[in-house]
Design a protein around this ligand. Sequence first.
Ligand code: FES
Length: 101
Amino acid sequence: MAFVRATGRNDVATGTIQEFQVGEKNIALANVAGKFFAINNVCLHQGGPLGEGDLDRQVVTCPWHGWQYDVTNGQLLSNSAVTTTCYSVEIRGDDVFVDVG
Ligand code: FES
């Protein structure tokens, strides 16, 4: 486990998602009602940036062609057999750390 600071906890507003480079990982960090979730930023379809997508509660919609993922578990809504990588998140003081291995 290797937790690396991604950003400040106040830098990702509630109900939004943003992309970050954390170590060697490109992640999308979502703030769902004050709880943070990190998933692979790279859409499994054709590589769209999920951190630039729209977040509706816990569902992010890829800005390129609309694939939707549950950010709490990485599951693709249209096919529950498909999940993208999720990363553990810890809040340490005012910072958000992500376990990027
Ligand atoms: S790249 Fe994400 S839906 Fe096509």
